[in-house]
Write a protein that binds this ligand. Structure first.
Ligand SMILES: Nc1ncnc2c1ncn2[C@@H]1O[C@H](COP(=O)(O)OP(=O)(O)OP(=O)(O)O)[C@@H](O)[C@H]1O
Length: 258
């Protein structure tokens, strides 16, 4: 399947420092792909490179022709002293109809907050409104940079569930960034672990077992992975990830929901 967006051996430098080294990735239609990495590992820079917002020192970025893309940036400064309703915010910078605004808010589960002030929203509502705005263009690809920042763990879990629902209903692929490894692992088809370069990638289970990933997040054999333990009462399909699925005794650890 032709990717919607792809990076091929991308290098990005700021001054003398190489922030991204030979990064290659591709997102195919309908996939949920998460870029995971510690602070400063280049996640936002990679997103910005894919969007054409930072110059490449080397490599190429390609997008499917006519790609419709919805983007939620990591930071969005909304002037809290300026009155701005959710409805008006959805019409910035492009005016949308009441029907389209209502449909977008309904899609993210906050249909009744159109007349609320942006400054008065909870963290979870704010993130949902950002997602609603990104959905207005009916994107084939949603790019979300740390969409759950500021949310508590239940809020985070609910948000990732919403992302899956949106993918299911709209067919949009999702590329998102996170530096937390808990809930996000279960919500992704594929995880790319970044630390200036791609350390490892594959299904959540393959990545969570990769030594590169464990080293990067300082995990022992138990650590955070204990979160994904559950009773095994069903068989798993074999994961097809890149390389690093080292043979290991299977200790009931995995990161699929259910
Ligand atoms: N415009 C810029 N000019 C100079 N250096 C930059 C610029 N943008 C990012 N950097 C540097 O590049 C490195 C990677 O930053 P980036 O924001 O991509 O990391 P990140 O993985 O998204 O981090 P975080 O999890 O903290 O958001 C950091 O060392 C950062 O200081």
């Amino acid at each position: 399947m032709t990717p919607l967006i792809a990076a091929d051996h991308v290098c990005v430098r700021f001054g003398g420092a190489e922030v991204l080294h030979e990064v290659s990735l591709a997102v195919k239609p309908g996939e949920i792909v998460t870029i995971l990495g510690p602070n400063g590992s280049g996640k936002s820079t990679l997103i910005r490179a894919l969007l054409g917002l930072v110059p490449l020192a080397h490599g190429t970025v390609s997008r499917a022709e006519g790609l419709r893309l919805g983007y939620v940036p990591q930071k969005l400064a909304v002037d809290r002293s300026m009155p701005l309703t959710v409805r008006r915010f959805l019409s910035l910078p492009t005016r949308v109809s009441d029907a389209a605004a209502a449909a977008a808010l309904a899609r993210v589960g906050v249909e009744d907050i159109g007349q609320r002030q942006m400054a008065a929203l909870s963290g979870g509502q704010f993130q949902r409104v950002l997602l609603a705005r990104a959905l207005l263009s009916e994107p084939q690809l949603l790019i979300l940079d740390e969409p759950t920042q500021g949310l508590d763990q239940p809020g985070e879990a609910a948000f990732y569930q919403l992302i899956e629902t949106v993918r299911h209903q709209t067919g949009a692929a999702v590329l998102m960034v996170s530096h937390d490894l808990h809930v996000v692992m279960a919500a992704s088809d594929r995880v790319i672990c970044l630390n200036g370069h791609v350390c490892c990638e594959g299904t959540p289970r393959v990545v969570s077992n990769a030594p590169e990933y464990r080293a990067l997040f300082g995990l022992g054999t138990r650590g955070a992975l204990a979160l994904y333990q559950h009773e095994h009462d069903h068989a798993h399909d074999h994961d097809h990830g890149h390389g690093h699925d080292h043979a290991h005794p299977h200790h009931h650890e995995h990161s699929h929901a259910g």
